[in-house]
Write a new protein. Sequence first.
Length: 66
Amino acid sequence: MSETNKNAFQAGQAAGKAEEKSNVLLDKAKDAANAAGASAQQAGKNISDAAAGGVNFVKDKTGMNK
């Protein structure tokens, strides 16, 4: 293999490795974003449920829930 071909081959290998590393990092970032979104949705649901419980409690105590 000539020196030029060898250098081109090594450059191609380096580019391929860099692309694979960036793909792995992007996948990890996507997974983290999805997990954060799911966590935020669950937190929102918990807050909504707690607020609804508080409203029902007040209605029960004031007799508005009859």
